[in-house]
Write a protein that binds this ligand. Sequence first.
Ligand code: NAI
Length: 334
Amino acid sequence: MLHRITLIPGDGIGPEVTASARKIVDASGVKIEWDIVQAGAAVIEEYGTPLPDYVLDSIKKNKTALKGPVTTPVGKGFRSVNVTLRQTLNLYSNIRPVKTYEGVKSRYDNVDLVIFRENTEDLYAGIEHMVSGDIAESIKIISKKASDRIVRAAFDYARKHNRKKVTAVHKANIMKLSDGLFLKCAKNIADEYNDIEFEDVIVDAMSMKLVLNPENYDVLVMPNLYGDILSDMASGLVGGLGLMPGANIGEDGAVFEPAHGSAPDIAGQNKANPSAAILTAVMMLNHIGESEAAEKIEKALAETIREGLCLTEDLGGSAGTTEFTEEVIKKMSI
Ligand code: NAI
């Protein structure tokens, strides 16, 4: 079957890691027609926006996209392309698996958890203003609709993947109304899934518990900001951002992108670890029903890392992005 998939290379290390993922997917034998479109600062001059309509139209038509990171200016300039994309296409579930791979030097060797981050509201709703010259205000939005659907997505995932427990993370002791509503929704939905254990943990305590005993956690679900922070932190438990894939899924489409950013410090130097992008492509292949190819790629990647002979700098090696990619392709054909 031929799949049509939108490819947004992004900027910084985006083009390097997405080229790697694409090459590996193509080598797996899955037939994909890539619709390559550009977003970010580079297209502003031509289109007057970092997220031109034709990019959105391509994703709406194809329903599936593989995306590299896009740089967002800090404290000024255009609104994040990533946040706008997730909100415009209503991609409400941000799913980030955190897993240890043998051969990666990290503090733990038995982490296997999945973070479900609400993707459309909370402090990311973009409602902020200056109250006066020296006071700024950001509004935190939490709705029943968005809370229900992200918690339900986490439980459905848990059931489908034989996971045992869902943990809801919040700060309802302080934000009694907003996080209080999220927690109430989580508890109500949990009642519908008696086969799966449920607990709730306050976000500050959760941070400590995750660092002390990450193996105690299975599926975690939380509002947007906590999900952003805890998922980067969790990636640190298993060897860093270079290994953490991600998916943004809604009812009308899915955009797959690694959790890491555009890493300007190493961009264009063939130094980026493409593993997160490759694992992101694995998630994408599972989503489009190409599980056999997905499994083949993940095995080859895991074996490359376990063997340790051809690793990128962040994993303690000296291989470039392209050499690492070739090594994974070689392992796929063994
Ligand atoms: P970052 O994730 O780009 O980099 C943080 C650190 O991790 C850097 O030292 C970088 O070299 C390293 N790193 C990240 N990915 C790596 C990889 N694949 N291989 C090896 N090392 C890797 O985070 P930062 O610096 O906060 O953000 C840079 C830009 O990316 C910002 O403009 C930010 O807004 C944007 N960003 C975009 C995202 C997206 O498009 N989804 C997500 C996160 C950030």
